[in-house]
Design a protein around this ligand. Structure first.
Ligand code: SF4
Length: 361
């Protein structure tokens, strides 16, 4: 028997995050989060999509703002894209927001504005995968459908002493089945108790085993394997790109343009930019020539370089090393859409990777 099989073979029936351990703890310790005040499927779905984008603390503010602006699925279906992108600003992955709109359209057209409770039907809607379908159907409708995310995988890997890498599809499938078999009537509470335990107690770096309701029923705690579990997949190297960004300040305002409809930050507003190799402090002349050529391409002959600033923006699979050139120009060429800094800040959905530039205007 291999070492890995031996380790996984140490699981016992009891070494599982059963509802009888978790629910009492959840009722006594759950956080008062805005989306927990409303079990409406639309509200649950909005919160789940946001929580896939950002941490709970950051999601709270976005959620309240979003639900105030679009309180029902009908409001979202009727919302225009610019307003939706503005509401989504800061959350990244704007394609998710567009999928939400498509999903709302279908829920209104096909289900009269009521999300289906059946997991398989939910999974047929745009942007809803197995996890989100499990979360919505269990939290909103108390259907016995697990929602296995990173938190749940971590808790279960530790509780069971399971050394299978967390990205293993079979492990996720088997765990989903195993959890479904122990789901109680209070299905939504059980789903949330697993997530809550991962968020508050069974933390990635330093789990608080002393305060855990699974203490005494957890293999990792018993064997001292907390730091070895869960087994994470190797992260691929992120691709790095360098970008020169032009902040053009003219009497009429500042130039922005729309990104292409497909690809990174599709359809969002950005400041004019282009890939470049970057310049060292000794390459002043080459940098000046680069600026002159790039600005001529934009239709600008005269400019004053006021200052420049570096910034790194990290996406999931990509890193942009950006240099913003802040330039005063006497007149904006007609080919560039121009806006006042107030309009840019208040009304337009500027891609998150470029939002740091707003401070430089
Ligand atoms: S916090 Fe500790 S006892 Fe609780 S599940 Fe995680 S590793 Fe086990």
């Amino acid at each position: 028997m291999s070492a890995l099989t031996q380790k996984n073979a140490r699981k016992e029936e009891n070494d599982f995050p059963l509802p009888c351990y978790l629910l009492p703890w959840f009722y006594a310790n759950k956080r008062d989060l805005p989306w927990r005040r409303n079990k409406d499927a639309y509200a649950v779905w909005v919160s789940e999509i946001m929580l896939q984008q950002t941490r709970v603390e950051a999601a709270k503010e976005h959620y309240v703002r979003f639900m105030r602006a679009l309180p029902t699925v009908f409001d979202l279906a009727a919302c225009d894209e610019e307003k939706l992108m503005k509401l989504w600003e800061g959350l990244g992955y704007y394609s998710r927001a567009r999928n939400m709109k498509k999903c709302a359209d279908r829920v209104v057209a096909e289900y009269g504005g009521i999300f289906p409770r059946d997991k398989a039907l939910l999974q047929q809607l745009p942007g809803i995968g197995e996890y989100t379908a499990g979360a919505v159907s269990s939290i909103a409708y108390d259907e016995k459908n697990p929602a296995v995310d990173g938190n749940v995988l971590r808790v279960c890997a530790r509780a069971e002493g399971d050394f299978t890498p967390v990205d293993n599809v079979r492990r996720r499938r088997e765990l989903t089945k195993k959890l479904a078999a122990v789901y109680p009537e209070a299905a939504g509470d059980y789903t949330q108790s697993l997530m809550e335990l991962g968020a508050l107690v069974c933390l990635p770096e330093s789990p608080k085993c002393g305060a855990c309701p699974l203490r005494g029923h957890c293999v990792a705690e018993r064997e001292g394997w907390q730091s070895r579990l869960p087994v994470m997949p190797e992260k691929p190297q992120k691709k790095r790109e360098r970008l020169a960004v032009f902040l053009l300040r003219a009497p009429q305002g500042t130039a922005l343009r729309k990104r292409p409809a497909k690809g990174v930050l599709a359809g969002m507003w950005e400041f004019p930019n282009q890939p470049f190799a970057g310049f060292s402090a000794a390459e002043k002349e080459a940098e000046g020539a680069f600026l002159r050529t790039s600005l001529l391409d934009l239709g600008i002959e005269n400019f004053t370089l006021c200052f420049k600033k570096e910034h790194t923006h990290v996406f999931t699979h990509l890193v942009w090393e950006m240099t913003a050139y802040v330039l005063d120009i006497p007149d904006m060429p007609p080919s560039l859409p121009v806006f006042s800094p107030e309009k840019i800040r208040g009304e337009l959905s500027v891609a998150s990777a470029f939002r740091w530039c707003l401070e430089l205007l």
